[in-house]
Design a protein around this ligand. Structure first.
Ligand code: NAD
Length: 357
């Protein structure tokens, strides 16, 4: 029996995860899905309970699970505690302890929400791209790093580093995903300036012969940032390193209008994964019952597709979300005139009902 660990976290985390659990319960009943669920503390909530944003017990449960459904962590309450104990550290440690090196961020624009984007509807309507970001290497982790004294002033420095094997394993994930989608892969680098991405480009190019059906292209990161707002539908799958991926995936996120709609997955080599909405804990609206739960519900769909091999249930959940949007239900963040404004629980109930139907 597959095990899913629920880590709701802080702020709006518990509110949005509760709605995804409603949808999971319906999925279990409708599809005869046999899974076990468990819960664990993470982030500020875990720090308050135990002095550690990722207690040993939570990490042990995460290791034992096949997949993790994660809410969000952090908030002003914990902004001034020592760096190592901050909620974000809990999530970073969880990702690195589990070897979750592949971050998948789809940017899909449901046609019903085309007006929510800041770009013209014809530029974004029907958008369906997937950004694959390397998550455990590159400049965010490279050594040496720090701030040192040099010639009487402080100098900050970091190291961007990727080994061949790190590049190969993330490229493999991207090629495989491209095979299962539109068969087009764009690798993003800055090979004209950075040696580390020169190697990146060389390895990705070398691997293309293993995937003759995939049309591979390369783009410098500055051009990719521009093309994403100029003509985003030219892309199918993009693959890039940690730093560029961080920035481009947020840019792609905004093409869709609301951060409240965007799911994500972080996978290891066996496709065990951590699934979470792209947004944070939204302390400004926590506890008000108005957060959009759809990113978390769509993260659950990704969990079923990638870690539990149940693409059929994932598609049914995505269709239920689309049906609810078609019916005109909107949380405040995606609301436009003429629609019906609903709260977090009502949105979750509506998706659950559409999935049951
Ligand atoms: P945020 O994503 O929490 O919020 C940005 C804005 O988007 C806010 O106005 C918020 O109300 C809105 N928003 C976010 N999610 C929403 C939803 N589901 N429905 C409706 N509106 C939504 O980013 P932030 O304000 O920069 O960070 C807040 C806290 O979250 C910080 O402590 C930060 O460190 C943390 N954070 C956590 C994660 C994570 O858990 N993976 C990611 C990013 C930020």
């Amino acid at each position: 029996m597959k095990k899913i660990l629920i880590m709701a976290g802080d702020g709006i985390g518990p509110e949005i995860v509760a709605e995804a659990i409603k949808v999971l319960d319906v999925a279990k009943a409708r599809f005869g899905l046999e899974i076990e669920t468990d819960e664990a503390l993470v982030g500020g909530a875990a720090y308050d309970a135990s002095g550690d944003p990722l207690p040993e017990e939570s990490l042990a449960k995460a290791r034992a699970a096949d997949a993790i459904l994660f809410g969000s962590i952090g908030g002003p309450k914990w902004d001034n505690i020592e760096r190592d104990k901050r909620p974000e550290r809990g999530l970073l440690r969880l990702r690195s302890s589990l070897g979750l090196f592949a971050n998948l961020r789809p940017a899909i624009l449901f046609p019903q929400l085309a007006d929510a984007s800041s770009l013209k509807p014809e530029v974004v309507s029907g958008l369906d791209i997937l950004i694959v970001r390397e998550l455990t290497g590159g400049i965010y982790f490279g050594q040496p790093r720090g701030i040192r004294e040099e010639s009487g002033e402080r100098v900050g420095f970091n190291t961007d580093v990727y080994s061949e094997s790190e590049i190969r394993r993330i490229a493999r994930v991207a090629f495989e995903l491209a095979m299962a989608r539109g068969k087009r892969l764009c690798s993003v680098d800055k090979a004209n300036v950075l040696e580390v991405t020169e190697l990146w480009k060389e390895i990705v190019t070398d691997m293309a012969s293993e995937y003759p059906q995939v049309e591979l292209s390369h783009m410098y990161v500055d051009n990719a940032a521009m093309q994403l707002v100029r003509a985003p539908k030219q892309f199918d799958v993009l693959v890039t390193g940690n730093l560029f991926g961080d920035i481009l995936s947020d840019e792609a996120a905004m093409l869709t209008g609301s951060i409240g709609m965007l799911p994500s997955a972080s996978l290891d080599e066996q496709r065990k994964g951590l699934y979470e909405p792209c947004h944070g804990s939204a302390p400004d609206i926590a506890g008000q019952g108005i957060a959009n739960p759809l990113a978390t519900i769509l993260s659950l769909a990704m969990l079923l597709r990638y870690s539990l091999d149940r693409g059929d249930i994932a598609t049914a959940i995505e269709q239920a979300v689309e049906k609810v949007l078609e019916d005109g239900l909107r949380t405040a963040d995606i609301y436009t005139d003429g629609c019906r404004k609903v709260g977090t629980a009502e949105m979750g109930d509506a998706v659950a009902a559409a999935l049951r139907a």
